[in-house]
Design a protein around this ligand. Structure first.
Ligand code: SF4
Length: 460
């Protein structure tokens, strides 16, 4: 399969993981031609597809469809692009074309009428639409990094940035280590180069994702390469110097996470931590075989808040895990009362093909899972509402995600990650506001999950 050389493909940088697709996992191939700008789009498409649960195939025959990112700069490049499309059609048959040559769709369809879709340069949202249509996603909340919306696409002003693949842990409900292998971190300079290009192309918020963000670099012994050390603290500091919002997802509460908090207090990275605690009872956590199962998480949370009082904590939990007793569940509720997390997601446990937890004794009946989920969410919602009410009257920086014809701007504060957290809405004085602007607002109303506010001065 033709691609840019590996040193031009930070998404594929060095440590390649042999991806074994899970049963039924949709899989996409990518042929990337052209300049570094086209490469940014390829990277973003691949990052997004991986995070949505697609497998990426290095060969034509393992892919359900192939994206060809074309170049149309010179005649020779056009010819090469047409040739690459022809090759992909012959070898695979299901081809989506994007990139510069896509600006001339008839030129492509005139030669290759069988292509499934043609989109133009930097239209990566439309490419993802075409992929979703050709090969529907098959979301799995226990495995995928993004919510299973499947159709909500990343706007241009924020982007996911994947820093590693795989995971060294063996949580019993999770099949990631079997599917994606052990932790394989990208070199820090490759991550940074991708981030720089994204920021140059207008991205104002970088969402750092991986299966285990705090473990970043462990597999490559935190090696320094071209002046950048592969350690999450160094990487966060480096990313923070690019001038975009930097949001950290999937951070496990290891002791060294404390070193990240001063970067938040100093405004280098957003005061936001997404930590998948999953449960609070030590026995449940042990049955899950969770990393940091024995950590005193309430003490850690208190320490983080001491250093950075405005920190927002988001987490996800599983209720109804095999063997979860009412007393264990009650411990989780009590823990929530103390931890008072800002944002919370919750899954009812379910078996996943191949997960070791399937074989555990004492599976919890569905109605008990539902009852616990309802009680847990009622508590989480009450805490969220109280915390948001306390923000009324405060001044917040927000990023604008959308403006509509009724003059309503949908924004997010620093405390809200896209697609999973709440919003702040501005419903007056939005004429001058554009998507991607970062503006200051005064909060004047709060609901259970969302805020409302009025703009002060545009910064964007
Ligand atoms: S830490 Fe556990 S849940 Fe997360 S990817 Fe690794 S094995 Fe899966």
């Amino acid at each position: 399969m033709s691609t840019n050389p590996p040193d031009l493909r930070p998404d594929l940088a060095r440590a390649r993981v042999a991806e074994t697709p899970r049963k039924g996992q949709p899989t996409i191939g990518m042929v990337s031609l052209g300049c570094p700008k086209a490469l940014v789009d390829s990277e973003r498409i691949l990052t997004r597809l991986r995070a949505e649960g697609y497998g990426i195939s290095p060969a034509y025959d393992g892919a359900d469809a192939v994206i060809v990112n074309t170049c149309g700069f010179l005649d020779s490049a056009k010819a090469e692009s047409l040739e690459a499309i022809g090759e992909a059609l012959n070898e695979n048959g299901r081809v989506i074309v994007t990139g510069c040559l896509g600006a001339e769709p008839e030129y492509i369809t005139g030669v290759h009428p069988r292509v499934l879709a043609v989109t133009g340069p930097h239209q990566y949202e439309q490419v993802l639409d075409a992929v979703h249509e050709a090969v529907p996603p098959s979301p799995d909340p226990f495995v995928d990094l993004l919510p299973g919306s499947g159709v909500k696409l990343t706007p241009r002003h924020y982007s996911y940035l994947k820093i590693s693949e795989g995971c060294n842990h063996k949580c019993k409900f999770c099949i990631i280590p079997d599917m994606r292998g052990r932790l394989a971190s990208r070199p820090a300079h490759a991550v940074l180069r991708e981030a720089e290009k994204l920021v140059e192309n207008g991205v104002r918020e970088l969402l750092v994702i991986s299966q285990d963000t705090s473990a970043y670099g462990v597999d490559i012994k935190h090696a320094e390469d071209r002046g950048h050390r592969a350690h999450i603290t160094d990487l966060a500091r480096d990313l923070g110097s690019l001038g975009a919002w930097v949001r950290l997802h999937y951070v496990y509460p290891y002791p060294h996470v404390r070193q990240l908090i001063p970067l938040m207090a100093d405004g280098l990275v957003l005061p936001y931590l997404d930590i998948p605690f999953q449960h609070a009872h030590p026995d449940t956590l042990r049955r899950m075989a969770r990393p940091a199962a024995a950590a005193k998480t309430l003490d850690e949370i208190a320490a983080w808040r001491d250093i950075c009082p405005e920190i927002t904590l988001r987490s996800t939990f599983i209720v109804g895990y095999p063997g979860e007793t009412e007393a264990e569940f009650q411990t989780l509720l009590d823990w929530m009362d103390e931890a008072r997390l800002d944002r919370v997601g919750c899954f009812k446990y379910e078996n996943v093909d191949g997960a070791r937890s399937n074989a555990l004794p004492d599976h919890v009946p569905e109605e008990v899972k539902q009852d616990r989920w309802d009680r847990f969410m009622a508590k989480a919602q009450a805490i969220s509402a109280e915390k948001l009410a306390a923000k009324v009257g405060s001044v917040q920086e927000v990023i604008i995600d959308d403006t509509d014809e009724d003059g309503i701007a949908t924004c997010r504060t620093q405390a809200d990650a896209p697609e999973i957290d709440g919003n702040l809405f501005i419903d007056e004085g939005t004429d001058e506001l554009s998507v991607g602007d970062i503006v200051t607002v005064e909060v004047d109303e709060a609901g259970e999950y969302d805020l409302w506010g009025v703009p002060r001065a545009a910064k964007g």
